[in-house]
Design a protein around this ligand. Structure first.
Ligand SMILES: *Cc1c(COP(=O)(O)O)cnc(C)c1O
Length: 960
């Protein structure tokens, strides 16, 4: 009867997600000598690990149905007005930023700016963010974001220990007045660093011998104490003073930098980023010039390009984990770039006067609230405050909370039945009157009258010596774009300088830059997800709890694990949490002495860095000529470790792009010797629906949701790195003191500031899995394998494929060896990466895991047409290099070493041994969709020697 093919309708999204259509797939299968996707899969994936049955997930769900289902889940959340505070506040996301940045693939699909010539837009945005942090904190230098405030505090603690040479103490003091989630994460981290956390009232600081201390200003209870005497005391002990602070408060408070603080950190969420039940938001981290080489995370700096023009790029790249390995300062890789950009743009949009007005208004409303309560006999515990009051409602707390429920407002409740009330940017006078209703019942207070009184008396509640006098945000960028037209054009100008997935494929090996479908993004903007405070009461967060449960169930089905924790907010955080579970499990078994971690040579740099943070000693295992773990060396290292073997960290398929045949035997060997297997799941895109980490023998694995499960990279974050574990490790998953995880182990602490990390973007992976379903997920993996192998057939006659199986096939990525060509021509992998920009492409992963190579991962989302364009570009570059080898082009003046070419290069005199056309339009199809790099080749070395990580000084703008 029906003419509609229901199956086709239900699978429609699969065809939108997967790049090559049936015809293209047939052509590509022929090229790789496979009869079908299943045939190809069997040729690549070892038989012993092939999944025998489909994943126990539903099949694909149509887009409207998935959206409607998730909408119903969202509706289970109740978005009460939040006065909870604790580092999370409601905010107005300026619509111009919401629409043009947060919801704009030009911003959110970009990769980490490792190729700065095609990333000047987001690099400038990050410089703005750093400048904003520098100004408000009063410090010399800021990084481009960390994952959350609590982990930023943990990074600061580790940096303090590295930086104090003479001070031999292992004690770290934590002010009673820091947010409890910060203390929770500090305790977790301190244990395996061998630090002792001393938590107490600041006035007792001098009684302890410490290498550093964390002070919160203003305190978590709202109090504003002068930190300066404590900072001075710490310095007299050769200890570091770390201050956790609040950007909005710093708009009106004396900066910690002026008081001598060594590190200032906090959360930039309230600068126009939704609370999202815990994230994602950018944590900020600022320090003094003298610690610039010890700072964790990425820093953006100013350098110049080959034409002498100012240009931005990531500074001090030599410190990255890939080079320092287990000596790296931190395991931070993915951070929170998109959210840092939003916070920076919030400051650009409002400017210094606008921010000050917002801060003063918040302070004034808080003052009205305090005056009213005191007038009615409710004691405000803190006489000085910016936006947070702690009140002692005596015995009325239950009554008040009942009224609060009726008015849909949330307070913070302390154990002693005090209440915390934090006022935010969205609070109005009517809200204050509502708060009077809730807190007092019947009253005769009028907020407007009280406002007038306060104005008349010129009252503030900030100690006079702590009022801000230092100016901030004086750079032109914060004083130029205050109309929406100007702001819109500024955002567009920057966006145009960046190459993202909305322009062309980004074949970044190991990073899986696949489609981030618009349907998957839409729920992130929904108020019922965005306006949720991470510590809202459980009965208001049912929607999030359902989302968490369902996603955990899906991830368990995909990986085969018994339990999943959604707390780690990056892959590296997942590594940390997974190793923590292993160590806690081994301790519980009476094997706490196991402290050696084996890591193959080809591992990602975060692996050894995370192992080191967990107090593990790293032993490196060699690789054989096929790119596999060298079995003999593994055996030797296992023997060497003996009873001290804790675990093996192994990436599968390996970053060499091969499915190790002996993976099961490797896992068995480790288990026989009493060790555990940590599988780095960054390459899960080659496994989903085809095999499962738990079936292979892994005990724990992280899943980079921003790789395999479609969360966009955001220009370097956000991401999520949940871990799956076997049943024996489940009791050792992270918990949370403020918002305990149902069924969680009360003895386990937190690894992130909130129980489910960057919870709001879990919606993206939920949508991804539902839209593709069991059938679409498997097909995606198979096409990812097909695309990679098709590229191999196109490129192998030009570039040696460094590793492949004996049948010549690779997994979902492959390594092109550029070293032989470099030896012959002098043309380096960097020249080739920059030349790809002229062809409209972002370079693949460069020099990881093998120096002098490209690691290419096309993903399933790219069509054969796009793959052919990329292959054509790589082949054209091959021929250009040949022309250098034959002497047709001089070695120091050719399209490669001069790349990338800007529009400016083409005008005026042209005295190069190649034409303008060859410079900028080397292949026919480029003209149709030309991407212009906005600067020439950037000089990294000059930038690092002349380190400058803030907005360029005002006089450099003088011509404008
Ligand atoms: C991306 C990646 C990581 C680190 O993940 P982040 O989310 O960036 O912290 C670890 N291992 C491998 C193999 C990766 O590709």
């Amino acid at each position: 009867m029906t003419s509609l093919n229901d199956l086709e309708f239900r699978d429609a999204f699969i065809k939108r997600h997967i790049g090559p259509d049936a015809k293209q797939q047939a052509a590509m299968l022929a090229a790789v000598n496979a009869s079908s996707l299943d045939d190809l899969t069997q040729k690549i994936v070892p038989e012993s690990i092939l999944l025998a049955h489909p994943l126990t997930l539903e099949n694909a769900t149509p887009e409207p149905e998935a959206l409607a289902y998730l909408r119903a889940i969202a509706e289970q959340n109740k978005a009460f007005k939040s006065y909870i505070g604790m580092g999370y506040h409601d905010t107005f996301v300026p619509s111009v930023i919401l629409r043009n940045v947060f919801e704009n693939p030009g911003w959110y699909t970009a990769y980490t700016p490792y190729q700065p010539e095609i990333a000047q837009g987001r690099l400038e945005a990050l410089i703005n963010y750093q400048q904003m942090i520098i100004d408000l904190t009063g410090m010399d230098l800021a990084n481009a974001s960390l994952l959350d405030e609590a982990t930023a505090a943990a990074e600061a603690m580790a940096m303090a220990k590295r930086s104090v040479r003479k001070n031999k103490s292992t004690g770290f003091f934590v002010d009673h007045n820091v947010h409890p989630q910060t203390l929770d994460v500090l305790r977790t981290r301190a244990e395996y660093y061998g630090f002792e956390i001393i938590s107490g009232d600041l006035t007792t600081l001098h009684e302890h011998d410490v290498f550093g201390a964390l002070i919160q200003y203003p305190g978590t209870d709202g109090r504003i104490d002068d930190p300066e005497p404590y900072i001075q005391h710490l310095h007299s002990q050769d200890a570091l003073a770390i201050v956790a602070s609040d950007l909005m408060a710093l708009c009106v408070l004396k900066s910690p930098g002026e008081m001598g603080a060594d590190v200032v950190l906090g959360n930039s969420q309230r600068f126009g980023v939704p609370m999202g039940f815990g994230g994602p938001h950018a944590a900020f981290f600022a320090t003094r010039e003298c610690y610039k080489r010890a700072i964790p995370g990425r820093i953006i700096g100013v350098s110049k390009d080959s034409a002498g023009n100012q240009a931005y790029r990531m500074a001090l790249q030599t410190r990255e984990q890939h080079i320092r390995r287990e000596k790296a300062t931190s395991n931070i890789c993915t951070a929170q770039v998109l959210l840092a950009n939003m916070a920076g743009f919030y400051a650009v949009y409002h400017g210094p006067d606008g921010l000050k007005r917002i801060a003063q208004r918040i302070h004034r409303l808080t003052g009205i609230l305090a005056e009213g309560l005191e007038a009615k006999g409710i004691r405000v515990v803190n006489s000085h405050f910016f936006d947070t009051l702690t009140i002692d409602p005596l015995h009325n707390v239950d009554l008040i909370l009942e009224r609060a429920g009726a008015h849909s407002v949330n307070f913070r409740r302390y154990q002693n039945d005090n209440l915390g009330i934090s006022i935010n940017e969205t609070t109005t006078r009517e809200d204050i009157e509502e708060l009077f209703d809730v807190l007092l019942g019947e009253h005769d207070l009028n907020a407007s009258v009280m406002d007038a009184d306060l104005t008349h008396q010129n009252t503030t509640f900030i100690p006079e010596n702590l009022e801000r006098t230092q100016p901030y945000l004086t750079h032109p960028v914060f004083n130029s774009y205050h109309s929406e037209t100007d702001m819109l054009r500024y955002l567009k100008k920057l966006e145009n300088r960046d190459l993202a997935l909305d322009h062309s494929m980004i074949a970044l090996g190991s990073c899986t830059m696949k489609l981030n479908a618009a349907t998957q993004m839409i729920p992130v903007s929904w108020e019922k997800f965005g306006r949720m405070h991470p510590f809202a009461p459980d009965n208001q967060t049912k929607g999030y709890r359902t989302l968490v449960d369902e996603l955990q169930t899906m991830l368990k089905a995909i990986t085969g694990f018994a339990a999943v924790s959604l707390q780690p907010n990056s892959g590296a955080q997942g590594e940390y949490a997974g190793l923590l579970a292993i160590r806690k499990y081994q301790e519980a078994m009476g094997e706490g002495d196991r402290d050696i971690c084996l890591i193959p040579q080809s591992a990602h740099g975060t692996n050894p860095a995370s192992a080191q943070m967990m107090g593990l000693q790293v032993l490196v295992v060699k690789t054989d000529v096929y790119g596999n773990v060298d079995q003999q060396d593994l055996q030797a290292k296992v023997d060497q470790a003996g009873d001290r073997l804790s675990c093996l960290m192994i990436t599968y398929p390996s970053t060499h792009g091969v499915f190790e045949q002996g993976i099961k035997e490797i896992c068995e060997l480790i288990h026989q010797r009493g060790g555990q297997v940590y599988m780095d799941g960054a390459n899960l895109n080659a496994q989903v629906g085809v095999t499962r980490p738990a079936d292979i023998g892994a005990d724990v694995s992280h899943m980079n949701l921003h790789k395999t499960f479609a969360i966009p990279h955001g220009g370097g974050g956000p991401g999520m790195g949940p871990i799956g574990v076997g049943a024996h490790l489940a009791p050792f998953l992270p918990n949370h003191t403020v918002a305990p995880i149902p069924g969680g182990n009360p003895l386990m602490g937190a690894v992130s500031a909130t129980p489910y990390g960057s919870a709001s973007i879990l919606t993206i992976s939920w949508m991804y899995i539902r839209l593709l379903g069991a059938n679409g997920l498997r097909e995606s993996t198979q096409v990812a394998l097909l695309n990679a192998n098709y590229l191999v057939t196109r490129l192998k006659d030009y570039y040696p494929i460094l590793y492949s199986a004996e049948n010549g096939l690779v997994a979902h990525e492959c390594i092109l060896d550029l070293r032989p060509m470099k030896a012959e021509s002098g043309i380096s992998e960097v020249d080739m990466a920059k030349r790809l920009m002229d062809y409209g492409f972002h370079a693949p992963t460069m020099s990881f895991p093998v120096p002098g190579t490209f690691m290419v991962e096309p993903t399933e989302s790219e069509s054969k047409v796009e793959l052919d364009r990329f292959a054509d570009a790589m082949i054209a570059i091959y021929h250009e290099v040949q022309q250098v080898i034959t002497g047709h082009f001089p070695a120091d003046n050719n399209p490669l070493v001069n790349a990338p070419h800007t529009q400016k290069d083409l005008i005026g005199d042209w005295q190069r041994p190649y034409s303008r056309e060859q410079a900028a339009f080397p292949l026919a199809w480029i003209a149709d969709n030309k991407f212009w790099p906005s600067v020439n080749r950037i000089d990294d070395v000059w930038g690092d020697r002349n380190l400058f990580c803030a907005c360029p000084p005002t006089d450099s703008y003088s011509e404008t």
